[in-house]
Design a protein around this ligand. Structure first.
Ligand SMILES: Cc1cc2nc3c(=O)[nH]c(=O)nc-3n(C[C@H](O)[C@H](O)[C@H](O)COP(=O)(O)OP(=O)(O)OC[C@H]3O[C@@H](n4cnc5c(N)ncnc54)[C@H](O)[C@@H]3O)c2cc1C
Length: 440
């Protein structure tokens, strides 16, 4: 049976590894971290259907909770909009380490081998084909390399340019984040999970989420930042939110989250990217666990259908097609919204909230809402009238929203025109048109 290497223990990579090992493939995951260091010291929120996609069930009841709705706060702090997620779309919240425990033990039961503490350095090419990976412990050959090394994957960035798989990220494609849990020093407020947009007029977000054991803080920016800025922001947040204490009880790392549209070319001969390595997160909020796990099912189905074991760009392309059809085409317009948000001022965001241009329906992004098309809650005729009335009063904002609407219209039609079958030239032309939708 064919040998498959998963480079990096990303969620989607491990999910695909489990499905493929169960189908009889010889699968090994090469991961730089030790087993005990897998996952971060924090909780994550994701669509439970991701677990079902890779053959898992919900964990024991004490291992997860349903997520509370978020309350978005405008820069001046004067207006708030709260999500109202339908009950059947509520996402679950789990410890990241518990998610990894579930995925890894399931994969091991399916027959996946893990090589921990084995950093991957780059791809091994044989002619035009990816034939394996270089690791710190030597070269490993395989019939297929699944790249689950995250956004800065050395496999993806080491691929020759002629394969068409983008190597590096561009501006506004990564979010720099500080996350930590602090002592909770007041009762849990009714709107416990607040997301502050352009807080203190800085391009980025901060969130403060009071939970039973702690208050969870995330500070995110489009540029790297340090502890000095964290301390300034924390001091400001403490003045507004008494539930945020001084003592840090967990976490405290700086990390990055990809917020790019999905890769325009995610397959090559002998290669497929998944998860953050293929930029499968929701570009506005950076959630990527469920999408990676759903993609794992798509990739495993495609690999199993390749009964000749070619694993070429052509035979792997149905994976990319399916990903775009089910998720990627819906994520792409959200990347256009993200770009528009990098252009608006604090005053304009305040106005979006105050005028009703943005309403609670718009920001109710439920578990199924990895697509802008599901954000229809705020688009009823009355709401549309309010939005239009608000926009005509602010010409500058209208221009920016018009720019975004034009980009969304383009990317929707470009995604619909994605080549149905693999053709290198046609895919390269399509990828160029897709990239153009996100130029700033
Ligand atoms: C602060 C923060 C909060 C987040 N919150 C959420 C959330 O609530 N919900 C949600 O859905 N998503 C969330 N995300 C995003 C989520 O973590 C990712 O989208 C998701 O994990 C999919 O990424 P991945 O597993 O493919 O990649 P990664 O999480 O980057 O995993 C890549 C793996 O590859 C390994 N690796 C990297 N380089 C090498 C190498 N050279 N050799 C070998 N191994 C390597 C890494 O150690 C890691 O194990 C959050 C991310 C951050 C940073």
């Amino acid at each position: 049976m064919a040998r498959i290497i998963v480079a990096g223990g990303g969620h989607g990579g491990i999910g695909a590894a489990a499905l493929l090992a169960k189908s009889g493939y010889d699968v090994t995951v090469f991961e730089k971290n030790a087993r005990a260091d897998m996952g971060y010291d924090w909780t994550d929120i994701f669509d439970k259907k991701g677990l079902f996609a890779v053959g898992l069930d919900l964990p024991a009841k004490e291992k997860y909770a349903f997520k509370n709705d978020m309350t978005f706060v405008c820069p001046s702090g004067e207006h708030r909009l709260r999500q109202h997620t339908p009950e059947d779309q509520l996402e679950i919240q789990m410890e990241r380490k518990d998610i990894y425990d579930m995925l890894i033990s399931h994969a091991e039961e399916c027959g996946v081998k893990f090589a921990f503490e084995t950093p991957v350095l780059g791809p091994v090419m044989l002619g035009n084909r990816v034939a394996g990976v270089r690791t710190e412990k030597g070269v490993e050959y395989a019939d297929l390399v699944i790249d689950a090394c995250g956004a800065d994957s050395p496999v993806r960035s080491g691929l020759p340019a002629y394969l068409g798989v983008p190597g590096k990220t561009g501006p506004y494609e990564k979010f720099y984040v500080y996350r930590a849990f602090y002592e909770r020093t007041a009762d849990i407020p009714e709107d416990n999970f607040k997301v502050l947009l352009l807080h203190n007029n800085v391009l980025g977000i901060s969130w403060v989420a009071a939970e039973e054991e702690h208050t969870d803080v995330l500070i995110g920016r489009f540029e790297p930042f340090g502890m000095e800025e964290v301390e300034t922001e924390l001091a400001s947040l403490r003045k507004e939110f008494p539930e945020l204490g001084e003592k840090r009880v967990r976490g405290g790392q700086f990390v990055t989250i990809p917020v790019r549209q999905a890769l325009e070319t995610m397959v090559a001969d002998g290669y497929a990217a998944i998860g953050d390595a293929a930029f499968m997160t929701v570009p506005l909020i950076g959630s990527g666990i469920a999408n990676s796990l759903k993609a794992a099912r798509m990739l495993a189905d495609t690999v199993v259908s390749d009964t000749n074991g070619e694993f070429s760009a052509q035979t792997l392309y149905p994976y990319q097609r399916r990903f775009f059809a089910e998720l990627g085409a819906g994520l792409a317009p959200i990347a256009c919204i993200k770009l528009m948000l990098t252009k608006v001022t604090s005053r304009e965001v305040d106005y979006l909230f105050a005028s009703g241009i943005l309403n609670e329906g718009d920001i109710t992004m439920g578990a199924d809402t990895t697509s802008i098309f599901a954000m229809t809650g705020g688009m009823n005729p009355v709401a549309l009238k309010i939005k239009a009335a608000g926009l005509v009063k602010d010409k500058e904002l209208l221009k920016k929203i018009g720019w975004m609407a034009g980009r969304i219209a383009s990317v929707v039609s470009v995604c619909a025109a994605m080549p149905k079958v693999y053709n290198k030239k046609a895919l390269a032309a399509w990828a160029k048109a897709y990239r153009k939708c996100f130029e700033i």
